[in-house]
Design a binder for this molecule. Structure first.
Ligand code: GDP
Ligand code: MG
Length: 163
């Protein structure tokens, strides 16, 4: 069976954008409204002849602001349970937030292998933004830009090294 890699993180960090980029198709729906993922969230991905199953997490469209966090939690828990490897995605433009820490703590309880990826590092001038994420206690932060396709080769190498 193919290893399962789950992308988790608070709403709006770019999980669906990254998922689409890695899967090579526009499957998950990217929305400017935080937390919106309405379409398929599981797909096969491949790098250097290594195949894995990728899971996007997000949520059904929430009714209230509180539901966003509840949905995020439920979806993340399910995905983390299924996964062989977790990608914790955070936003290098916004910086570390309380929700990032909450997701990190959730992951820690499961005792699974984690890659910490700092998204939206669209240019070199933003690279210093990654360091504060060491404070999540998850390990070394890896800078990527899902939108610009930056850092994804190293990121994928790291995935296939760990599964
Ligand atoms: P999700 O809620 O974590 O699935 O986030 P989405 O993939 O829906 O993206 C949320 C917003 O972040 C959208 O407006 C994306 O276009 C934007 N976004 C995603 N990746 C990047 C990136 O690498 N750089 C920048 N600047 N914006 C990004
Ligand atoms: Mg999404």
């Amino acid at each position: 069976p193919k290893p399962i890699v789950a992308v988790v993180g608070r709403p709006n960090v770019g999980k669906s954008t990254l998922f689409n980029k890695l899967v090579g198709e526009r499957i998950a729906i990217v929305e400017d409204t935080p937390g919106v993922t309405r379409d398929r969230i599981i797909a096969d991905a491949e790098w250097q002849n290594h195949h894995f199953t990728l899971i996007d997490t997000g949520g059904i469209e929430p009714h209230t602001k509180d539901d966003i966090l509840l949905q995020m939690r439920v979806q993340a828990e399910v995905a983390i349970d299924m996964a062989d490897l977790i990608v914790l995605l955070v936003d290098g433009r916004e910086g570390m937030t309380a929700s990032d820490l909450e997701v990190a703590n959730m992951i820690r309880k499961h005792d699974k292998d984690v890659i910490l990826a700092v998204n939206k590092v669209d240019s070199q001038s933003l690279e210093n933004n990654v360091f504060e994420f060491y404070n999540l206690g998850i390990g070394e932060p890896l800078a990527i830009s899902a939108e610009q396709g930056l850092g994804l080769g190293d990121f994928l190498d790291e995935i296939i090294n760990r599964v």
